[in-house]
Each structure stands twice: as C-alpha cells, then as structure tokens.
Write a protein that binds this ligand. Structure first.
Ligand code: FAD
Ligand code: UDP
Length: 383
C-alpha cells in the first residue's frame, strides 16, 4: 500500500519528488504557505498588459542534462530562448558576458580573437596564481579595468560586501569569450516555457495520487503524522532557528509599467554603484513570440534578508558554512525527514539542477523503500 508522504513546498523540488513518488503508487500531499504553486519559478500574466511576469525574478531555462530537458518538455511546450544580457556602464551599453564585442568597445579597439586574448592576458594580474576570492579571480582573468567597470560595483550591490570577501566560485559561473558569442549560457538546451512556468508545474502536480494544499504552513510538529516528509523550506526554519539564522540576500522588485518598449531587451545590468539597483528586467522580452503594447518592468534591489523577507541567495561564507554544518548535524538526528531544494540544502540551485536532484531523490526514496532502508536526511548537501 502507498505511503502517506508530504512535500513541504510546491516549488520544483516538491512537485518533481511528489510526482515521482505518486507515479510509484504513494499518496502525496503537497503543501505551500503561499497562495500559489511554483515556488520562486511562479509566473503570471499582468492584468493590465497581459505580459507574462516572472514574479520572483527572471528565470531562463538552460541545461546540458538531456533527461531533465526531456522531463520538462513532457509537461509543457518550450520555445527557443537565448539570454542576451546588456550592461550599462559610463553612459554606454555593452554586451555580456564579456566577449570580443565588449572588449573592443570598452578599449576602443578592433582586435581579432588571438589579439584580444593576448591583450587581455597583458591586462590580467599574473601574480595571482591560485585565486580564492571573487576579486582575485577577476583580476587574474580580465584585469582591473574590466573588473572595476562590470563586476566590482555590481557585486558590491548584489552581495552587500567587498568582492574580496566573496569566493571565486561566484565569478566562475560567468565565461569570458574571445568571439562575438553573446549567449549568456553555454548549455546545449535553452528555452522558455511558452505559457510561463506555472502551467508546467501544475502539469507535474496533475496526478491522481497528488493533493495540493495552498495557504498552508507546515510545522515540524506535524512530522509524526506522516510516513515521510520532504522539506523544501528553509533548513533553519525547521529547527525554529534555534542555532541562529542562515544568512541570505533578499531582493526588492520595484515594478513599473511602460507604453511600448522601454529598454529593447529583457535584462539590462547596471555595473555602477551610483545606480542603486543591479538590473532592470523587461518581462515581455522573455516571450519574443508574443506582442504587447504595454510593458512591465522590474528594478531589482538587493539587500540583507530580514526575518520577514523572502530568502533568495544563500551567503555561503565561512561563518554561514559553520552554522550550516551545525544544522546538518541536527538534521541527521531527525528521522523521516529529508531536506531538499535550494532552501532545504542552503545552496544556489539552477532549475535544471533542482529537477535533477529531485528526480534522484525521489528514486533514492523508492530504492530505500524496496530494500527496507531508511531514507537519509540529505541526498545532497555541500558545506
Ligand atoms: P522554491 O522555489 O523556493 O520553493 C520552496 C517553496 O516552499 C516555496 O514556495 C515556499 O513558500 C514553500 N515553503 C517554505 N517553507 C514552508 C513551510 N513551512 N510550509 C509550507 N510551505 C513552505 N534558475 C535557473 O535555472 N534559471 C534562472 O534564470 C534562474 N533565475 C533565478 C533568479 C533568482 C532571483 C533566483 C533567486 C533564483 C533563480 N533560479 C534560476 C533558481 C530557481 O529559482 C530555483 O532553482 C528553484 O526555485 C528551486 O526550487 P525549490 O522548489 O527548491 O525552491
Ligand atoms: N556579476 C557582476 N556583474 C554583472 C553580472 C554578474 O558583477 O553584470 C557578478 C555578480 O556578483 C553575480 C555573479 O557575477 O552574483 C554571477 O552572475 P550571474 O549572472 O550568474 O548572477 P545571478 O544569476 O546569480 O543573479
């Protein structure tokens, strides 16, 4: 007989694990404290302009994982979409990620690829052989001028600290290209769901073995009522924050409407500190196959996350990692609870990685059940 299993959170993690277990015959309840499914991937149409809005910030799907790509395409129609990001610096608009166009425009040159490679190598700080910080990684890779123009101010705004205090891994997410390829992501499969992410997640949840309860906060005291709990809420919230709060950055989106086309692209970054927001997103450009008179835009401001704010980016510095280790040790003492997703494992996870981990986690549960083993507190956690 199927087990009674609850997914705390109706985002991608809860939906995909729930679906995997429902298909295996389990009785799944998905609860979310919000009034909608989809977690942070939630999209909805603006009533005035009909533009599809990425309510919790812009989401572009990109992956090299063919199984994940086939999985999402099973539930909705994706249309081709390439993310081409611009950055306004010093009154000029440049192309990101740093590519040959950015380099030639910034330095007023007409270099060919090999020339640009040699030119940037001469700018780079060769004394930094094993960069550990964001700043050292940038100086070693592209030199001071490009770093200060495109990364220093933006990163200070985004993270609220000096790039000297951030790990090199954050910058390693971005490539530097010596050709004119301005595709922000290098993944094989990229696209945007034609009708936004909400119908895709609704389709994943649409199974006779799944019941969804919205506007319902799940508390740790309810764990005993279920055969198993998959917790995709904040890890520290499960323990009532008793060891302290894991630090996050939150985002404020200042929305405004515009008639016509405001900025001509989906994402415009602002590298300078003097501009208080990090970027402006114009949502209709995420659906270039649609046409709208009006436009909806978000100015995006980053700040420290308070107790009432939505946690967006985990801050994984030494202090936070020590606290995370303490919570992981606590979690391993619990039984019948598995912590999953971006909040449950306190990591920045792209959607494709979230889905991959959720598929693997659901399968791990089914394997453990078959062999009568208990499911561990984590399938994935990195300290
Ligand atoms: P979430 O979506 O956060 O879902 C967790 C859910 O749990 C929430 O709905 C919450 O309300 C609910 N919950 C929490 N506690 C409780 C409780 N006690 N009881 C009931 N419900 C609870 N990924 C990409 O691939 N491409 C992108 O372009 C991209 N852009 C992003 C931009 C931003 C600004 C951010 C922050 C993330 C971006 N991501 C992107 C990552 C993407 O948002 C995540 O991969 C995805 O949301 C993770 O899903 P999840 O289910 O783990 O978490
Ligand atoms: N970044 C920057 N300038 C930019 C874009 C990104 O300094 O114009 C830095 C910033 O610190 C950011 C990191 O590079 O956190 C990774 O960029 P990405 O676009 O992956 O940011 P995210 O999707 O996390 O917002």
């Amino acid at each position: 007989m199927g087990k009674r299993i609850v997914m705390v959170g109706a985002g991608l993690s809860g939906a995909v694990i729930g679906r995997t277990l429902a298909e295996a015959g389990h009785d799944i309840t998905v609860v979310d404290r919000r009034s909608h499914i989809g977690g942070n991937c939630y999209t909805e149409r603006d009533a005035k302009t009909d533009v599809m809005v990425h309510v919790y910030g812009p989401h572009i799907f990109h992956t090299d994982d063919e199984e994940v790509w086939n999985y999402v395409n099973r539930f909705t129609t994706f249309l081709p979409y390439k993310n081409r990001v611009k950055s306004t610096v010093g009154g000029q608009v440049y192309s990101l990620p740093i590519n040959l166009h950015t380099i030639n425009q910034f330095f007023g040159k007409a270099l060919r690829p090999d020339e640009a490679r040699a030119f940037i190598a001469a700018q780079a700080d060769r004394s930094i052989t094993d960069p550990q910080t964001f700043e050292d990684q940038a100086l070693a890779l592209i030199g001071r001028d490009l770093y200060e123009a495109f990364f220093k101010g933006y990163t200070e705004k985004q993270w609220g600290c000096s790039p000297r205090d951030l790990p090199a891994s954050i910058l390693k997410r971005l490539p530097v290209r010596f050709n004119y390829d301005d595709n922000y992501f290098a993944h094989r499969f990229q696209g945007m769901p034609k009708q936004g992410y909400t119908p895709m997640i609704a389709a994943i949840l649409d199974h006779p073995g799944i019941t969804v309860r919205l506007d319902t906060a799940f508390g740790p005291e309810e764990v005993g009522e279920w055969d198993h709990v998959f917790w995709s809420g904040p890890l520290d919230s499960f323990f009532g924050y008793r060891l302290g709060r894991l630090a996050y950055r939150t985002l404020d989106f200042k929305a405004f409407r515009h008639k016509g086309d405001y900025q001509g692209c989906a994402v415009m970054n602002y590298g300078e500190r003097s501009v208080p927001y990090t970027r402006i997103t114009e949502h209709k450009h995420f659906a270039p196959w649609e046409s709208h008179e009006g436009s909806v835009l978000y100015e995006e401001y980053s700040r420290a996350c308070g107790p009432e704010d939505i946690p967006y980016y985990p801050i994984r510095l030494v202090k936070e990692k020590a606290l995370l280790a303490d919570y992981v040790a606590e979690s391993q003492k619990t039984s019948n609870v598995t912590f999953v997703g971006r909040l449950g494992t306190y990591r920045y996870l792209d959607m494709d990685v979230t889905i991959r981990e959720a598929l693997d986690c659901g399968r791990a549960y089914l394997r453990a059940e078959k062999h009568r083993n208990s499911m561990p507190a984590f399938s994935n956690v990195h300290i």
